[in-house]
Ligand binder design. Structure first.
Ligand code: PLP
Length: 268
C-alpha cells in the first residue's frame, strides 16, 4: 500500500469540568458522551473529586494557572469547535473560565453546576455572582436545572408558567439561549419536560420519564451532548433536541453500581 494519508479529524469538543473518580459524571461523562456522539473530546480539569455511588468524599480544586494552561494548550494548537463548562468550584475559577471563553470564538454550553444529587456542593456560594455576571453572558446555551435556576435567579418553579419566568430571568444575564431542565418537576408526572428559548423562539421538549434511580451524570451528559452537536455545526434547537434523545436513552439504560446511585449508560 502507498503512503499513509491522515484522515480529516472529527469535530473538536472541549469540556472544562471536574473529575468524577467513579466515572459517571463530570469530565468522565463528558468524554464518554463525546466519544459516543462522534466528536473528538478534550478536557480541562478544574477540580478533582474523590467520588463514588454514595457521594463526594473529597474535592481538590486546581489553581487558576493550571486551568488556564490546559485551556490555552488545547486552543492554541488543536483548536475547538464547541466548549462545555461544568463544575467550576470557586469564584476564581469561574472568572478565569469566563475570561478564556471571552477570547474563544467557538460556542459555549454552560452547565451552571451547583450541587450534586447527593447534596454535595460543587460550587462555592461566593461564586454565584461571578456565574451571573461573568459566565452566563458568555454562554451560547445555559442549562440550569430547577435548583440551579432558583439559586441563580430566585425563581421557584412549580408550573410551566414558572419555567417561562425562570427562562426569562436566566436570559436577562445574557446567554443566547436558556434550557430550563424541568426533569424534577412533580407537576409533569411521567414526563420530563424542558423549555428551550432565546426569548422569542420557545420550544418545549418532552420525553418519557424513566423510573430509574440510576441517573448519576445526567446533567453533564446532556450539556456535553449539546456541545457535541454544536461542534458538528448543528443549530442550537437541533443540538438540544438530539442531546435530549441521547440522554433519555442513557437514563433508560442507567445501571446499578456500588451501594448508591449508579450512572447513566453512555454506550446505550
Ligand atoms: N461530580 C462532578 C465532577 C460533576 O460535575 C457533577 C455534576 O455536574 C456531579 C458530580 C453530580 O452529578 P449528579 O448530580 O448527576 O449525581
Amino acid at each position: 500500500s502507498g503512503p499513509h494519508i491522515p484522515r480529516a479529524h472529527p469535530p473538536l469538543c472541549l469540556t472544562v469540568a471536574g473529575s468524577d473518580s467513579g466515572g459517571g459524571a463530570g469530565i468522565q461523562a463528558d468524554l464518554k458522551t463525546m466519544l459516543a456522539l462522534g466528536v473528538h473530546g478534550m478536557s480541562v480539569v478544574t477540580a478533582v473529586t474523590a467520588q463514588n455511588s454514595l457521594g463526594v468524599k473529597g474535592v481538590w480544586e486546581l489553581p487558576a494557572e493550571a486551568v488556564k494552561g490546559q485551556y490555552r494548550a488545547v486552543v492554541d494548537d488543536i483548536g475547538v469547535q464547541a466548549v462545555k463548562t461544568g463544575m467550576l468550584s470557586s469564584a476564581a475559577l469561574v472568572e478565569t473560565v469566563a475570561e478564556l471563553l471571552a477570547a474563544t470564538a467557538a460556542p459555549a454550553v454552560v452547565d451552571p453546576v451547583g450541587v450534586s444529587k447527593h447534596g454535595d456542593a460543587l460550587l462555592a456560594a461566593t461564586a454565584l455572582d461571578a456565574v451571573r455576571g461573568e459566565l452566563l453572558p458568555r454562554a451560547t446555551v445555559a442549562t440550569p436545572n430547577l435548583d440551579e435556576v432558583t439559586q441563580l435567579t430566585g425563581v421557584v418553579v412549580e408550573t410551566e408558567d414558572d419555567m417561562r419566568r425562570a427562562a426569562d430571568a436566566v436570559l436577562a444575564y445574557g446567554p443566547a439561549w436558556a434550557l430550563i431542565k424541568g426533569g424534577h418537576l412533580a407537576a409533569h408526572g411521567d414526563e420530563a419536560v424542558d423549555l428551550l428559548t432565546d426569548g422569542t423562539d420557545e420550544r418545549w421538549l418532552r420525553a418519557p420519564r424513566h423510573d430509574n434511580r440510576h441517573t448519576h451524570g445526567t446533567g453533564c451528559t446532556l450539556a456535553s451532548a449539546i456541545a457535541a452537536g454544536l461542534a458538528k455545526g448543528r443549530t442550537v434547537p437541533e443540538a438540544v433536541t438530539e442531546a435530549k434523545e441521547y440522554v433519555t436513552g442513557a437514563i433508560a439504560a442507567g445501571f446499578a453500581l456500588g451501594a448508591g446511585i449508579g450512572p447513566v449508560d453512555h454506550a446505550w
